[in-house]
Ligand binder design. Structure first.
Ligand code: G6P
Length: 360
């Protein structure tokens, strides 16, 4: 296994670095003979014939599902609900007349997700599995499979599978829009190509991310991530990464929700990572930063080119506004990695966690 890791000290770092290649591989694997991004027509037909999509997943895959919901609703105009698998089983929502289930699972083996698949199949509903592992249980038991083509993910903390899941969901969303005759004013293939290049630049910013991790997270007990709109979902993932491998208590919050309770936790020096990649919420998230700074927080603003101010700690090159999670997550992955490293944690094999959880 040391051979597979090559010159990398950890699988996680290797897998973070592989993300630009995975983007390019996805473009290649999902294009038709004319070079157009495409999804098997029978899968697209199921999606556009459904009156509501139900995305079921756990952990990082759930966070990718939240981003996917935005893409599918905005581009293909199909309502989407996203559910944590373990809750869906026991707290099943009222289903629409023509539901379609989408299971997102890197491993394709997660017992909680499989339990829902068994349940919804029994009810006669069709299922698509989005997975990294061909032939996995969730792939075999669903009606259709969309593969991530991310290559084996060994580190327990998921990185390249998350960005691959979002890319595949984006392709599905544009394919469904096209099938419905909805014109989109961008070329996803081109945008994903730009994203691969930006991911490469972000992977080259390791020194800067290490500095941020050292400065903000070497000794802290906790850390908050705040964002609005799609940035909020990326904050959930950034916080999960940090929790999983550095054991720092970290939480992602919607910027506007802070004042309704969470702000009570802010003390002198509490690190608050604020993400701002969305023009329509740029001012309001910066307002939230002021609120926490007034209570003593140590802010680390990560913004996107075009929205930046002098106070920002890092600025990400601009990409398509709906696809920013594909790039804004990369600095958060790297910050989590270096925080864990500085604190002497076992990055690839964090305590109490398993790569795939095959018990309910
Ligand atoms: C485990 C892993 C997480 C992962 C989750 C879902 O808890 O530790 O990193 O996100 O399972 O895994 P899946 O393979 O279904 O995406």
């Amino acid at each position: 296994s040391d051979i597979e890791k090559g010159t990398y000290p950890h699988y996680m770092l290797k897998e973070i670095d592989e993300q630009p290649f995975v983007m390019r591989r996805i473009i290649q694997k999902y294009q038709d003979e004319n070079g157009q991004l495409t999804i098997a027509p029978e899968v697209v037909a199921e999606v556009v014939n459904a009156d509501r999509l139900y995305i079921i997943a756990c952990g990082t895959s759930y966070h990718a599902g939240l981003v996917g919901k935005q893409l599918i609703e905005k581009w293909a105009k199909i309502p989407v609900e996203v559910h944590v698998a373990s809750e869906f089983s026991y707290n099943m929502p009222l289903l629409s007349e023509k539901p379609l289930f989408i299971y997102i699972s890197q491993s394709g083996e997660t017992a909680d997700s499989r339990a829902v698949l068994v349940q919804t199949k029994k009810l006669g509903h069709k299922a698509i599995t989005i997975t990294n592992v061909p032939g996995s249980t969730l792939s075999r038991e669903a009606d259709y499979t969309l593969l991530l083509h991310a290559g084996p993910e060994i580190a327990v903390a998921s990185t390249k599978a998350y960005t691959a899941q979002i890319a595949v969901l984006a392709i599905l969303a544009t394919a469904a829009a096209k099938a419905k005759g909805i014109a989109l004013d961008f070329d996803l293939k081109k945008e994903l190509g730009i994203i691969a290049n930006v991911m490469e630049m972000l992977c080259d910013a390791k020194e800067e991310m290490e500095k941020i991790a050292r400065e903000y997270l070497s000794t802290t007990r906790n850390c908050f991530f705040i964002g609005r709109a799609v940035d909020y979902y990326v904050c959930l993932e950034g916080a999960l990464k940090l929790k999983e491998i550095s054991y720092i208590q970290a939480e992602g919050f919607a910027g506007g929700e802070l004042k309704h309770g969470t702000i009570a936790l802010i003390e002198d020096g509490t690190p608050v990572v604020a993400l701002s990649t969305q023009e329509h919420v740029n001012l309001s998230i910066r307002g939230n930063v002021k609120e926490v700074v007034a209570r003593g927080a140590n802010p680390c603003i990560i913004s996107m080119r075009g929205l930046e101010t002098d106070e920002d700690r890092y600025v990400i090159p601009a990409v398509h506004p709906m696809l920013t999670p594909l790039v804004s997550v990369v600095p958060l992955q790297l910050i989590a990695y270096y925080a864990a490293l500085h604190r002497g944690c076992d990055v690839d094999k964090p305590r109490n966690l398993a790569k795939s959880v095959t018990v309910e």
